[in-house]
Design a protein. Structure first.
Lengths: 505, 458
């Protein structure tokens, strides 16, 4: 649907490009699903004189073969997956460690993020600056971050400079030392980012939404990067423990994509990650699912905000759900493409917003379903009505065949584009491996998408998208929006306390 | 299967040697075919059979710089109107067609140009060409006041989201106003002013379209799983009938140079003060442009850069710092931007930044700084060749080089600009452009905290 905010800063070569000062792109940021395809490239047939009044025939899509994977496991249990791609001399390496923010106790929210950030802040043989110098001098990028389901260490480098970069990657994975001084600096940075997010209307809405939905006892009810309180309390010991309990060879998966072959990667591993220690990865218990909330409207005050950020949703499904394909198609029609119902209604028909959408965040455990948009403050109440209306409608009436076909095609036919760059492929593999999806997942994707049917999808909507069970959170100017929201009569209007804005970290 | 020609000579590279050889081995090259239709449309075709996708990328050589004071925001507004339907594509059908075929699309407007692209399975190439040709040739047939009004509202929403409702959202607009005189085309932001947009009549907008959205002002690039002859046939079929437009007016502009610093302060809903510094700099691809980009990288690109190391890592007075060279067609802008830690006075950041800039100008940058910057550029170039289309992919590059350099195949020479840069060259551009020239110094501070602004006594 809504496309990347790729602002063009003048027309200079994309070197550093920290800012996007001048360019405006047509669609705002969105998220997509991924897809699959067949074989054989067709030549377009020579055409007679053109009749512009009818769209040209599109014909059958060409197929694509999913690139071969080579898989092997080292003696220390590290699983390695390799996909060769030699068009461009670049290599992407991604280490997946199961267990991200979801594996953290709520009172330690932000720990997975902090631990990941600390990996390249010093090893037993290199200081933080030496790591940075080493990586950057090779023109490479090394990153470590945590999501909800996994922690990731990634490397991207051109082929001629791979060896030196890989050595540094292995060092930060195997030998981080978590220097106290660096920890304090990094913690302060994390705290200041949290401070900054207090002015971001989207962050306010997101944080309040998950907190209402999941409550205080569930990891998902906290911001991934934590709160000022939780991050302030983290210790070096906590970080080191998290690392020790999770970052072990036999728990991890190394994904390698690009201009490299099996022999080369084995050789690289021999001198490096082959020596990584085994361990007993700590398991983390599945948290209890909070009770379903009844409909209510929660407001976070952002005085004088020009827009309200609206979140409408409920707890959804996990990635292993048997309803994956039906829900993905359902969501595409509801709010997962530019022509989706939510976007068309709120942006094009009503003119309330630059963009609206929805998605099921399918994690290791049930993540949220959320429909969202930033709308002009004066129309906040009307927008909420439209959200609920569309959510209700898709559960009450079957999606007409033409609209459903478009949704299915949009998912099914876009698959080759999801495998274009080495980073794309690494992402697809990450999903496959982290969630233990069947090996033929992408091969059957198209068929599974195309065989979804209107009746089945309506039943899913009825089951998962009951408007009566939706929680509504709005971050906006309370003075403007509170009364109109109350008059909607949806339920109680609850004013949530705003974030504390005390200065200093 | 013909692969994109990317010559890679495996020079001897010793592991552990962090100082790689200056004469690099990697070549960048995008093979293409180019031809021009009678109506002036420039066409470029690049074949890449590695995935069954094709990208259609259209550049119109019109941006906000072609607007006039009092009539700003048109180019960007048109980016929206272009999706509202044309003679043979009823309103709303554009995206329906594309999504049904598994296509994604977007567009963007900058001061210098407007660009539209579609990425689709290669069997749908003709569909994309039909859509683009129809709106190039027959958009006005279906344009009316209602559509103009609706899209004006969408643009206002976009403005709220991207500018007013975003921390620091008004910074760049404020800097442009101060850095360029009111009759300079870079003075106004791409989105234009709300007053100008509200005042625009249907006739105004139609005239703008007739002048600039014509084949003789456009370049069409098709990149991906196509045959050159097949693509050519389809382009002729759909675009040959579109009449040539009028001569494109040139853009006039005064010299924007100024010698005294321009000091500004904005209060905003922000927690951390942020300092923006901007200098006029070389235009894109002109002398000094590549050096300025490399200088930006040396100063603030990565954690081992001068400013990051000093401000973020050692002194811990900044949360982040960045620098970039923004080369446009009629002039460039060089930025250094630093976000302060809470309660840090922006004078502290400005002083440190100017010190490092002077040091680079008079003592020069070190060999390893240049090497790091250059290697980063190489990685970026190689990365751009991974995609056939979208923003920054090969189709985009080919069109960009055609407009900026008059040669779609410029990529090799472009990379050479960076490889040929020297430490002395970087020092010189720093001296010429950043020392003894006026700069815009903008402080964005939390409400009521002007005490944290830079140069508060001025």
């Amino acid at each position: 649907m809504m496309k990347g905010v790729a602002c063009m800063v003048g027309l200079s070569v994309a070197v550093s490009l920290a800012g996007c000062s001048f360019g405006m792109s047509y669609r705002q940021e969105g998220d997509q699903g991924s897809i699959n395809l067949g074989a054989g490239v067709g030549e377009p047939a020579p055409a007679p004189s053109v009749d512009r009044s009818v769209p040209p025939e599109v014909g059958p899509p060409p197929g694509v073969t999913f690139p071969d994977q080579v898989r092997f496991t080292l003696d220390n249990g590290l699983r390695v997956v390799l996909v060769e791609r030699h068009q461009v001399p670049v290599v992407a390496v991604r280490l997946l460690i199961p267990g991200g923010g979801g594996a953290v106790e709520p009172h330690q929210a932000g720990l997975a993020v902090l631990a990941a950030d600390m990996l390249d802040e010093g090893t037993t043989t290199r200081s933080a600056m030496e790591i940075a110098e080493g990586v950057e001098r090779l023109g490479a990028s090394l990153g470590s971050f945590a999501g909800w389901d996994a922690s990731v260490v990634s490397l991207r480098v051109v082929k001629p400079r791979l060896e030196g970069a890989f050595e540094i990657l292995a060092d930060v994975i195997m030998n981080p030392s978590f220097p106290q001084e660096e920890l304090e600096r990094v913690r302060r940075e994390q705290l200041d980012r949290i401070l900054q997010s207090m002015d971001e209307p989207r962050a306010l809405a997101d944080n309040a939404f998950v907190n209402v939905l999941f409550g205080e006892e569930h990891a998902y009810g906290q911001p991934l990067s934590g709160t000022r309180e939780s991050v302030g309390a983290l210790t070096r010991e906590a970080v080191a423990d998290f690392y020790r309990d999770r970052y072990v060879a036999n728990n991890s998966i190394l994904i390698v994509v690009g201009d490299i072959d099996e022999e080369e990667i084995r050789e690289l591993l021999n001198g490096t990650l082959a020596a990584w220690r085994r361990g007993i990865p700590r398991s983390f218990a599945r948290p209890g699912t909070p009770d379903l909330r009844s409909a209510a409207v929660y407001v976070v005050d952002k005085p004088d905000a020009a827009q309200s950020e609206i979140r409408v949703g409920r707890i959804g499904v996990d990635r292993g759900t048997e309803d994956y394909f039906g829900l993905t198609v359902l969501n595409t029609v509801l709010g997962g493409s530019f022509t989706s119902r939510l976007n068309m209604k709120l942006r094009e028909e009503k003119g309330y917003t630059y963009g609206a959408g929805s998605f099921f965040d399918m994690r290791v455990w049930e993540g949220p379903f959320v429909a969202r948009s930033g709308v002009q403050s004066e129309v906040t109440d009307s927008a909420v009505v439209e959200f609920l209306g569309e959510i209700r409608r898709i559960g009450e009436e079957e999606i007409p065949e033409e609209e459903l076909t478009r949704g299915r095609n949009y998912l099914a036919l876009r698959l080759p584009q999801q495998f274009e760059s080495v980073s794309d492929i690494a992402s697809r593999l990450s999903e496959l491996l982290l969630y233990g999806l069947p090996d033929d997942f992408y091969d059957v994707y198209v068929d599974r998408v195309l065989e979804t049917e209107a009746a089945g999808i309506r039943a899913l909507a009825e089951r998962y998208l009951d408007p009566e069970e939706m929680v509504i959170v709005v971050a906006g100017d309370r003075a403007t929006i509170e009364e109109p929201l109350r008059r909607l009569g949806i339920g109680e209007v609850v004013i949530l306390p705003g974030p504390e804005r005390d200065q200093g970290s | 299967m013909k692969r994109m020609a990317l010559a890679l000579s495996l020079a001897l590279w010793a592991p552990g040697t962090l100082f790689a050889q200056a004469e690099e081995e990697m070549d960048v090259y995008i093979p293409y075919t180019q031809f021009t239709l009678d109506n002036g449309l420039n066409v470029i075709v690049h074949q890449d059979r590695s995935i069954p996708v094709v990208s259609v990328n259209l550049w119109y050589q019109v941006g906000s710089k072609n607007e006039l004071p009092g009539r700003t925001g048109f180019a960007h507004l048109f980016e929206h109107i272009m999706f509202e339907g044309s003679a043979n594509v009823p309103e709303g059908d554009f995206d329906d067609h594309l999504e049904s075929a598994g296509g994604v699309n977007n567009g963007s407007t900058s001061p210098d140009r407007t660009n539209y692209w579609e990425n689709l399975p290669s069997n749908a190439l003709e569909l994309a060409l039909w859509l683009e040709a129809d709106r190039m040739g027959w958009l006005l047939d279906s344009m009316d006041q209602t559509k103009l009004d609706v899209q004006r509202d969408v643009v206002k929403n976009e403005r709220r989201q991207s500018y007013e409702n975003r921390p620091y959202g008004l910074a760049f607009e404020t800097i442009l106003e101060a850095a360029y005189p009111p009759d300079h085309p870079y003075h106004w932001p791409v989105i234009g002013s709300m007053e100008d947009l509200s005042a625009a009549t249907l006739e105004d907008v139609s005239d703008f379209f007739r002048t600039y959205y014509a084949p003789n002002n456009a370049s069409l690039c098709i990149s991906g799983n196509v045959s050159v002859s097949g693509a050519r046939d389809l382009v002729e079929k759909y675009f040959a009938d579109i009449p040539r437009g009028p001569e494109i007016p040139g853009v006039e502009y005064p010299d924007p140079a100024f010698s005294e610093d321009r000091v500004l302060v904005l209060e905003d809903e922000v927690q951390l003060p942020r300092l923006y510094m901007m200098w006029h700099s070389p235009a894109v691809l002109s002398e000094g442009d590549a050096e300025m980009e490399l200088l930006a990288s040396a100063l603030a690109g990565g954690r081992s850069s001068r400013l990051y190391r000093r401000l973020v890592y050692e002194e811990q007075v900044a949360q982040d710092v960045s620098a970039f060279q923004d080369g446009g067609e009629i002039g460039g802008a060089f930025y250094i931007i630093a976000t302060a830690k809470p309660e840090v006075d922006l004078d502290v950041l400005e002083a440190a930044i100017r010190q490092e800039v002077e040091s680079a100008a008079y003592s020069g940058v070190r060999d390893e700084e240049l090497e790091r910057a250059r290697n980063g550029v190489e990685t970026a170039f190689v990365g751009m060749l991974e995609r056939v289309g979208g923003f920054g992919g090969k189709a985009d590059l080919l069109n960009r080089y055609h407009f900026q350099a008059g040669n779609p195949g410029f990529v090799r020479r472009d990379l050479a600009r960076y490889r040929d840069a020297t430490v002395a060259g970087l020092g010189e551009v720093a001296r010429v452009h950043l020392i003894g020239r006026g700069s815009v110094v903008l402080s964005v501070v939390p409400r009521g905290r002007e005490d944290l602004a830079a140069r508060k006594d001025q």
